[in-house]
Design a protein around this ligand. Structure first.
Ligand code: NDP
Length: 324
């Protein structure tokens, strides 16, 4: 037996229950991991609420974890007992221990401790594909980042800055503005009190930005499109406000022959080769200090419901780690 945060039905944070679950023993292609740190991500909210169905219940939620391998199946050759490992995008990480396959697993370098790993695998690999695949940022580009003081936001802003971009970050409070400025944003817009499009036009002398990395969805759709330069890119990678359920593509013509993408990390980590490339690039920028992982808050894993409440209430900054 082990302890895990499970849901028996979709709903608000109160559906997250701390309970005993069976761990099981690894099959031939699986490993048993003891988690030292678990990552909290916005996708957990979509899964808990039912926006992204998780299939059969009850089951533990959570998409990211870091820890040590305690036992391996007979067919496992790439990993061994005692290896420090981490993963993202494998449901069931809200647990002290778990059995899982190795498709999503990577070994951790010494330079990356377990809490940092749990804070960055999902958000950091997301930042990586956004900046290098969705729209490859060029030195000299001016770019727009929504929720710049959030988990993905702080990593994205620092990494973009390192690549030579001028980053305009959008946030909702003055405290978050200070944090964003200290983490790669040359300019910050408080979208509670300022108009995004007119501020972007002012900052870019009327040109607009090359790309808007927008994790907020419906609330900022028009502002993102209105901020783009001709042939600019809207990368709509999340829906923290509300999803965009319909979109008339003629807006792309009117805005200046624009591009739009709705990406997912799953596509960019779909093979071992891609996963290793993504993870190694992330480990590299973190080990060299180009990107610092900001753990804004930690919670006991047993108190994950409170972490969800704070994330949805926009009270968190940077990454959040749950401690088993
Ligand atoms: P964050 O730490 O960024 O938290 C969400 C932030 O969104 C809040 O802090 C808040 O910042 C902002 N926000 C704006 N409007 C709302 C609202 N109505 N309700 C709640 N928050 C709001 O979370 P993550 O870093 O975990 O994820 C960021 C986004 O990226 C999410 O939308 C997530 O789904 C997406 N994502 C997408 C991936 C993909 O591959 N497609 C992978 C990983 C994440 P502020 O107060 O400053 O506005």
């Amino acid at each position: 037996m082990t302890k895990a945060i499970c849901i028996h039905k979709a709903g608000g944070p109160d559906v997250l229950v701390w309970e005993d679950v069976e761990v099981g023993t690894p099959g031939s292609d699986q490993v048993l991991i003891s988690h030292n740190a678990v990552g909290l991500n916005y996708i957990d909210v979509y899964q808990r609420s039912g926006a992204y169905p998780v299939g059969e219940m009850p089951r533990p939620l959570g998409m990211e974890g870091a820890g040590v391998i305690e036992s391996v199946g007979s067919g496992i050759t790439e990993f061994a007992v005692g290896d420090r490992v981490a993963y993202a995008m494998e449901l069931g990480s809200y647990s002290e221990k778990r059995v899982m396959g190795t498709d999503k697993l990577v070994k951790l370098p010494d330079a990356v401790d377990d809490q940092t790993a749990a804070a960055m695998m999902l958000q950091g690999m997301t930042a990586r594909y956004l900046l290098k695949c969705s729209y490859p940022v060029q030195p000299g580009d001016t770019i727009l980042v929504m929720a710049a003081a959030g988990g993905v936001g702080l990593i994205l802003s620092q990494w973009a800055n390192h690549l030579g971009a001028t980053v305009i970050g959008c946030v909702s409070t003055e405290e978050k503005a200070e944090l964003a400025k200290a983490n790669g944003c040359a300019h910050v817009i408080n979208y509670k009190s300022e108009d995004i499009v007119s501020r972007v036009k002012e900052i870019t002398n009327g040109t607009g930005v090359a790309v808007s990395y927008d994790s907020i969805g419906l609330d900022t759709l028009d502002a993102s499109l209105g901020s783009l330069r001709p042939n600019g890119f809207l990368i709509s990678f999340g829906a923290a406000s509300q999803p965009i359920s319909s979109f008339d593509i003629k807006h792309l013509a009117a805005g200046g022959s624009l591009y739009i993408q709705r990406p997912t990390l799953a596509t960019y980590t779909r093979s071992r080769e891609l996963l290793n490339e993504m993870a190694n690039d992330l480990f590299d920028v973190v080990a060299k200090g180009h990107v610092k992982i900001c753990i804004g808050q930690t919670y006991p894993l047993s108190d994950t419901a409170q972490a969800h409440r704070d994330l949805e209430a926009r009270k968190t900054t940077g990454s959040t780690v749950l401690i088993p």
